[in-house]
Design a protein around this ligand. Structure first.
Ligand code: NOJ
Ligand code: CA
Length: 665
C-alpha cells in the first residue's frame, strides 16, 4: 500500500505531491531530466502533463475509458500504490538500422482504485526516455471487471500550441494508409488521422504521436478539436471499439520528442517499448534483397491471372532467378502463381496451395536453390480473411515443405471481410495470428496493406517489413508520388518501422506506359535504398532494364542490414541525408534525397574511421538532371576521401545522391 508524503520527494527523477486523499501529483523525468511527466488525480479524475525543458508540450490531458453497461472508468479514483524504478540496458537487434540499442528510462506505475462502486482497479504505467514518453493502461484481474467492452478510450493529447502536422486520413476512400501526406496547422486538422502523426513546432521542437506493441486491441487514430487530440480507436462494424478480458495491458501511447527532425528518425522509443525477442536466434531469419515478377504486372506487361501474358510462368520466373543469382540477390518474389486471380480478388477464390498449370513450383525451387537463390512466396487475400484463415496452416506448410522462408502477404480491399477496418481489433488479431502461424513454419513476413507497425519486430523478428504507405506501385498506374513524398515518409510512416517501398526503378519514363512515369531521378532511386529502411529491400524493375547500366552496381553492393545509422541533415518534406554502416563490412553507405527543388548540401565525413582512406563511389545526379526534363542523367565517379573532409552533394530537382564509402586500407 502506498503511504503518501506531503511535499516533493528529494529524488529529481521521481517526485510526489499529495494534496488531499483524492487529489495528488506524481512526477517522473527522463534520465537526462529534460522531459518530465506529471500524473495528477483531480477530485478523482485522471490527467497527465508532459514538459520539455520546463515548457509544457502536452497540457492537462484526460485518461480513462467508457465501458459498455458500466460507469465511466476515469472518475472517483484514488492512488493506492506507486512503484518507480530506473532501467538501463543495451540490447542487440538481430537485424535492423542499429545493432545495439540502449533502453534507458524511468518508470512510474500508479495503481488506482475507484472510491465508489464498482471499485474497479486500473494501473497506469509511464516510461520516460530522453527521446520521449510511453504510457499504457493495465486492467488487473478483479471481481468487478472480467469480460468487458470498451466503447471509447478517453486518452487526450491537449497540445500547448498549434504546430504543423504531417498526416494521412484514417478512414480514407481508398486502401487504408495508401495516401500522400498532408501538412497543415493542427487546428486545421478536420479528419481523423492515422499515427504516426508528426508535428513541427518551429525550429527546435518536433514530436510524433504513435503507439507501441499493438496486440489484441484496435489501432489508435487521432480525432482533433482545436489544439486538442484524442484517441479514436478503430471500431467494429457495430461501433464498439474493443472486447477485452482482464488481466489486459493496452498498447503504449507514445510521444517522441526531438530537438530536430533527424532525431525522430534515430529514436528507438517504439522498439524499446516492445517486449524482447520471443523467438531467440533463428537461422532462417535473414535480411536481404529480392527481385521478382511484380513490376511487370503493375505496368501491365504481365498479368497476375493465367493467360497469354502470365507473369508467373516457369520459364519467365527462371529469368528472374538467373538475374538474381548473377547479382547476389537472395530472393525472387513470384506473384500471380496460384489459382484465383481472375475476377474479383475479394470473392474468396484464392487457393493458396494450387499453382496455375504453367507454374511448376518444384522445378523452380530446385532451379533456384542450385543457383543460391530462394523463392519468396505470395498470398494475396483480397481482404477475404475467412478464405485465408481457412487455408492458413496449409498455405504456410506448402512453402515450408519447399524450403521457402519468406512470404509476402496482401490485403487489397478497403474493408476486409466486407465490414472490417484494416486497423480494428479483429484485424489486429488476424495479423498476429498470421505472424504466429508463420513462426511455426519458419517463415519471415512482408505484409502489404498491413496493420500499422508498432515495433513488434523486436518481439517477433520474423516480422520483417510491411507496406502501409503509398508505395512505388502508384507510380505505375496513378498520377504517381510527387518528389516530396519520399521526403515525408522517413519522418512519419517510417518512424513506425521498416517500409517495403520497392525502390530501384530504372525505366523512369515507363516506356510502355507513356501516361505514367516515376517522379525521381535515377540517382534518387539508388538513394532510397538508404533513406527508406527495410530489411527486405526490393530490386523492383524488370531485369532487362538493369542490363548494361553502371548505376546498377550501387544496388548490387548496398546491404540491407546495418550496424549504425546517422542522419546528417533533414527537413521534413524537403530533404534528408542518411548514412548507414554495413553490419558485415567496414563500408558506409549514404543516401541523400530532395523534393522538387534542387539543392546543394555540404556534409562532413566524420562518421568514417579516423585516419583511414576510403574510396567514395559516388552516384550523383548528372549536371543537367531534372525530375521533369532529364531524370536519367547520372554522374558516376570515384574519389578517395578521409574522415576530416567535407563533401558537397548536388541534388537535382526531384533528385538524390548515393555513395558507397569503401574502406581501402
Ligand atoms: C498490392 C500490393 O501492394 C502489391 O505489391 C501487389 O503486387 C498487389 N497488391 C497484388 O497482390
Ligand atoms: Ca499496396
Amino acid at each position: 500500500m502506498f503511504r503518501g508524503v506531503f511535499g516533493i520527494a528529494a529524488n529529481v527523477m521521481f517526485a510526489i505531491v499529495l494534496m488531499s486523499s483524492c487529489s495528488s501529483e506524481y512526477i517522473v523525468s527522463s534520465p537526462n531530466e529534460r522531459i518530465q511527466v506529471t500524473f495528477k488525480t483531480n477530485e478523482g479524475t485522471l490527467f497527465y502533463i508532459i514538459k520539455k525543458d520546463g515548457s509544457v508540450i502536452v497540457d492537462n490531458s484526460k485518461l480513462g475509458f467508457e465501458i459498455q453497461g458500466q460507469p465511466k472508468l476515469g472518475s472517483y479514483f484514488v492512488v493506492t500504490d506507486v512503484d518507480e524504478y530506473t532501467f538501463d540496458k543495451t540490447w542487440l537487434q538481430p537485424w535492423g538500422e542499429e545493432k545495439n540499442i540502449r533502453n534507458h528510462y524511468n518508470c512510474l506505475t500508479l495503481t488506482l482504485q475507484e472510491s465508489a462502486e464498482p471499485e474497479r482497479v486500473l494501473k497506469i504505467v509511464f516510461k520516460v526516455y530522453d527521446d520521449g514518453v510511453g504510457f499504457r493502461y493495465e486492467f488487473p484481474e478483479q471481481p468487478n471487471l472480467k469480460d468487458f467492452v470498451v466503447t471509447e478510450e478517453l486518452t487526450e493529447f491537449n497540445l500547448s500550441a498549434d504546430p504543423l502536422v504531417w498526416w494521412i486520413p484514417a478512414y480514407g476512400d481508398e486502401i487504408d494508409s495508401e495516401f500522400l501526406f498532408r501538412n497543415n496547422l493542427l487546428s486545421d486538422l478536420t479528419e481523423k488521422a492515422h499515427t504516426p502523426l508528426t508535428m513541427e513546432w518551429g525550429d527546435t521542437l518536433f514530436t510524433s504521436i504513435h503507439e507501441a506493441a499493438l496486440l489484441d486491441y484496435p489501432a489508435m487514430t487521432l480525432a482533433s478539436s482545436g489544439k486538442s487530440l484524442r484517441a479514436d480507436l478503430v471500431p467494429y462494424a457495430s461501433g464498439i471499439k474493443a472486447k477485452l478480458s482482464t488481466p489486459f495491458k493496452t498498447p503504449w501511447r507514445t510521444i517522441q520528442i526531438a530537438d530536430k527532425p533527424a532525431d525522430l528518425i534515430t529514436s528507438h522509443l517504439i522498439l524499446n517499448l516492445n517486449d524482447p525477442n520471443k523467438l531467440g536466434d533463428q537461422p532462417w531469419i535473414k535480411p536481404g534483397k529480392y527481385n521478382g515478377v511484380w513490376w511487370g504486372m503493375h505496368i501491365k506487361k504481365y498479368t497476375w491471372e493465367h493467360g497469354p501474358h502470365h507473369g508467373a510462368s516457369t520459364e519467365n520466373v527462371k529469368k528472374y532467378i538467373d538475374f538474381a543469382s548473377k547479382n547476389k540477390i537472395g530472393g525472387v518474389l513470384v506473384e500471380g502463381w496460384n489459382e484465383g486471380w481472375d475476377g474479383d480478388w475479394s470473392s474468396g477464390k484464392f487457393n493458396f496451395t494450387k499453382p496455375y498449370p504453367d507454374f511448376n513450383i518444384d522445378t523452380l525451387t530446385l532451379y533456384a536453390s542450385a543457383k543460391g537463390v530462394s523463392l519468396i512466396g505470395h498470398h494475396e487475400t483480397g481482404g477475404n480473411i475467412d478464405n485465408y484463415e481457412n487455408q492458413l496452416e496449409d498455405a504456410f506448410e506448402f512453402y515450408q515443405k519447399r524450403g521457402i522462408h519468406t512470404v509476402k502477404t496482401g490485403y487489397v480491399s478497403r474493408r476486409p471481410n466486407g465490414d472490417r477496418w484494416q486497423q480494428g481489433q479483429q484485424m489486429v488479431r488476424h495479423y498476429q495470428h498470421v505472424v504466429d502461424v508463420a513462426v511455426a513454419h519458419e517463415i519471415m513476413l512482408d505484409i502489404h496493406e498491413p496493420v500499422k507497425d508498432t515495433g513488434l519486430r523486436r518481439t517477433y523478428p520474423n516480422l520483417m517489413t510491411r507496406e502501409g504507405a503509398r508505395g512505388m506501385e502508384y507510380e505505375a498506374w496513378s498520377q504517381g508520388n510527387p518528389p516530396g513524398h519520399t521526403e515525408v515518409l522517413p519522418f512519419t510512416r517510417c518512424l513506425a518501422g521498416p517500409l517495403d517501398y520497392t525502390p530501384g526503378i530504372f525505366d523512369l519514363l515507363i516506356r510502355s506506359r507513356p501516361e505514367n512515369k516515376v517522379h525521381t531521378t535515377l540517382a534518387k532511386q539508388l538513394a532510397l535504398y538508404v533513406t527508406i529502411y527495410s530489411p527486405l529491400q526490393m530490386v523492383a524493375d524488370l531485369p532487362e532494364n538493369y542490363e548494361g547500366q553502371p548505376a546498377f552496381n550501387f544496388i548490387r553492393d548496398v546491404p540491407t542490414d546495418w550496424e549504425h545509422t546517422r542522419v546528417l541533415n533533414a527537413k521534413i518534406g524537403n530533404y534528408l541525408t542518411i548514412v548507414r554502416k554495413d553490419r558485415n563490412s567496414d563500408d558506409w553507405y549514404l543516401g541523400s534525397t530532395t523534393d522538387e527543388k534542387g539543392r546543394t548540401l555540404t556534409i562532413k565525413l566524420d562518421f568514417l574511421l579516423p585516419q583511414r582512406k576510403y574510396e567514395a563511389q559516388i552516384y550523383a545526379d548528372g549536371e543537367d538532371a531534372d525530375v521533369e526534363t532529364n531524370p536519367l542523367a547520372i554522374n558516376i565517379k570515384q574519389k578517395n576521401v578521409t574522415s576530416d573532409e567535407f563533401l558537397e552533394l548536388k541534388l537535382a530537382p526531384g533528385g538524390g545522391q548515393a555513395i558507397r564509402f569503401h574502406l581501402l586500407d
